[in-house]
Write a protein that binds this ligand. Structure first.
Ligand code: HEC
Length: 136
């Protein structure tokens, strides 16, 4: 009888070990699965991650008081901006600079307010999002 109990004990120990190992290994694969798309498809993934971040930054700033995605308000609609500029590094840099320093003359006489508190990186994320709205 003692033997049976001992075997039982060992079995349940082994079972406990294997099952906890199992749950660990599922965790491992899920971490790998989450990390993998960022690594492998770096350009596509960065672009979409970038524009999602830019969208968040824009809704967290005052941009939407003057800009709408698809209609002119005080400033041009973001779709108009996206259709005017190709998403090149030079344009992203130039437009990010305009967001930070303010600007006028591209769309009319009304100037865009400067945003000195926005970092260059954040401004670039915003511009990447805006330029991703291109429709033509
Ligand atoms: C006070 C109103 C106002 C706010 C706030 C504002 N904009 Fe503008 N924005 C404008 C106006 C007006 C223009 C057109 C300027 C021009 O004609 O050059 C403009 C132009 C732009 C352009 C195009 C620049 C060009 O040279 O073609 C971008 C990109 C832009 N805004 C992004 C943003 C972002 C991002 C924010 C938030 C951080 C923002 N704007 C906040 C009024 C605003």
């Amino acid at each position: 009888m003692k033997k049976i109990i001992a075997i039982f004990g060992i079995c349940s120990l082994i079972f406990a070990c294997t099952s906890s190992e199992k749950s660990e290994s599922t965790e491992d694969t899920s971490t790998v699965a989450v990390a993998a798309p960022v690594d492998t498809t770096s350009t596509a993934a960065t672009a979409s991650v970038g524009s999602a971040k830019g969208e968040q930054l824009i809704s967290g700033s005052d941009c939407l008081t003057c800009h709408k995605v698809d209609a002119k308000l005080v400033g041009p609609s973001y779709i108009d901006v996206a259709n005017k500029y190709a998403a090149t590094d030079a344009n992203i840099e130039m437009l990010a600079g305009k967001v930070i320093k303010g600007g006028s003359g591209s769309w009319g006489e009304i100037p865009m307010a400067p945003h000195p508190a926005i970092s260059t990186d954040d401004a670039k994320e915003m511009i990447k999002y805006i330029l991703s709205l291109k429709t033509n």
